[in-house]
Design a protein around this ligand. Sequence first.
Ligand SMILES: Nc1nc2c(ncn2[C@@H]2O[C@H](COP(=O)(O)OP(=O)(O)OP(=O)(O)O)[C@@H](O)[C@H]2O)c(=O)[nH]1
Ligand SMILES: [Mg+2]
Length: 687
Amino acid sequence: MIVGLAGHIDHGKTALVKALTGVAGDRLKDEKARGITIDLGFAYMPTRSGRPIGFIDVPGHERFVHTMLAGASGIDFALLTIAVDDGIMPQTLEHLAILDLLGVDRGAVVLTKADLASPESIEHVAQQAKALIAATTLARAEVMPVSALTGAGVDALRAHLEVAAVAVRDRRGGRRFRLAVDRVFTLSGVGIVATGTVLSGSVHLGDRIQLSPSGLFARVRSLHAQNRPADAAHVGERCALNLAGPGVTKDAIWRGDVALDPELHAPSDRIDARIRVLPTEKKPVGQWFPVRLHHASAEAGARIVLFDDKPIAPGEEANVQLVLDRPIAAAAHDRFVVRGVSAQRTLGGGLFLDLRANARGRRTPERREQRAALALADPSAAFPALLETPPFAFDLAAFARDRALCAERRDQLVAELELVILETGDSKIAMTRERWALFASTMLERIGAYHGDNPDLQGLGREQLRVTSQPKLPEPAFDVALKKLAGSDQLVLDGAFVRLRSHEVQLTPEDKGAWEMIAPLLGGAQRFRPPRVRDLAAATGRAEKDLRRVLKRVGRMGWADEVAHDHFFLRSTVSEMTTIIADLSVAATDGSFSAAQFRDQVDNGRKVAIQILDFFDRHGVTLRKGDERRVNPYRLDLFGPPCQSADEPGGEPSPVGRPDFKSVWGSEPVSGGFDSHSLPPISHRAK
Ligand SMILES: Nc1nc2c(ncn2[C@@H]2O[C@H](COP(=O)(O)OP(=O)(O)OP(=O)(O)O)[C@@H](O)[C@H]2O)c(=O)[nH]1
Ligand SMILES: [Mg+2]
């Protein structure tokens, strides 16, 4: 357990810590000379029941409230001191307000310097204190008189803390490691040491952590938990980390940094939050109001953006957007406090709702609904509520990261909420089962309707389908969704097109006859330099314009491609040629290849080879720079899956059918293929 001190200047905080722990505070020269606390102090008290209790001593001086704030975040228990000979003073009130805003709900009010007042006046202060805390999170705190000088009441307080330490154990589990750094120093023979309060999770010896927001990586070479050497430190403990790694120096780490599990490193400077303005404020908080934002041990300048045009009156609560002047490492539902910029006083505080807030659309009804969902503390309630708001699909990975959830807790959400997950790279786009079913059935209906209107077309363009689907998914997630449907046998993915499995493109018997004659001529050994329309006409004795019409039609159906004017290649040949250029590019040291190299592979003469490459350029399969070309890996499957074997020429696809690509697609890794690149909308069928 970590105990944080609070209270007005000279009210005996440091003396109390010494009475409880035996550790003398105020080590700084200035502190000794002036008799006041300036920086945070740390001390530990052994307990009979187990781990020591840590104390964070803070300054009471009004000019050092920001330091008090750095110490107060992450504490489990507060000791609010009130000197009986002085009574309630300004920083008694301000510190209490801060503890209340930070949600600290366990603590005791310690009436210090009890040796200096009569029992009656102690009782009087006690009554005042009780009235003071009644409307705060500390309402249930005991009020205990203590004298650090005579030792009266110290044992009772110590016993009280020991009992509290046992009760405090049940802190939120299932979270990843975060520690708010409050001190950094070099220890001779050891190296860089960063100390702080573990806000969530655990850290172990040898762990690789990241400092946020800087992003510096470090390894935990050794560590202390609650002032003892340890293999691990957990939430609710003070911890000293001996850090090592490239760039890890005393100047690279600051108070205010958060040492964290690298999975959590995603600093933010625009945060939607719930804020409460203290009733003691004189004026309402207006639009673009400037504040100092205090979060954990960090501090940043910020502006308050109101969602309604009405200013927030003293004593009121509202949702706002905080626009920070630098990024901080926060988690959703972390508490914060805001103070005035010029007049140094505490204005209010609250909790973060959404770390990925946007400037655009922040007042829309959808955003309001989303914020209401995100205001729910329990992830098992918040995430399903979020999924009920437009666009009904959200990244569970980002949600879990911003709540510092560990992987097990995240996966538990998937199971308990029966989510459908579309996994791409780092993101896990989630939908409810009902939403997924609706998404899939509407899409299948639309494709079906399209087939009805266009029986001679191979299908609907993927991109066209994506941008008109609800929810409109990001490209990679949409591709995963398509593959999922293809995997369940409902859809067939055909290059840039999508069709229903049941859809068969129909040719008239006449056209079918013509195609059966010319398809074999386009395949075979001559497939890389197939006859042109004119030559086909001569070979078959059919009219040139009829053959051209049939070829255009089968081109739209995805069986052939018009690589150059009147020069059609079988789709399987085009697919085979993508494999050839992919191989060329793999073989090249710098990944690029020349037209001559390609020509040598397909042996069809310079002119045709260049026409083919130009065709690939137009479709973004290759990227040309001067005489060299590179392959665009995201488009390699535009003309169907990679060719199985280069020496299986001829009759593929069978004259009126086409190979069944389903099995090939089905075995594809989900992240492959069309990730993050848009496909040309139905371009190669319009030739
Ligand atoms: N008589 C008496 N004096 C006390 C007691 N506790 C503290 N003092 C004296 O009160 C003065 C202030 O005590 P500190 O413990 O430094 O007060 P503080 O709250 O830490 O002050 P800041 O850190 O500057 O806010 C010192 O001179 C202490 O000796 C007590 O129980 N009885
Ligand atoms: Mg002090």
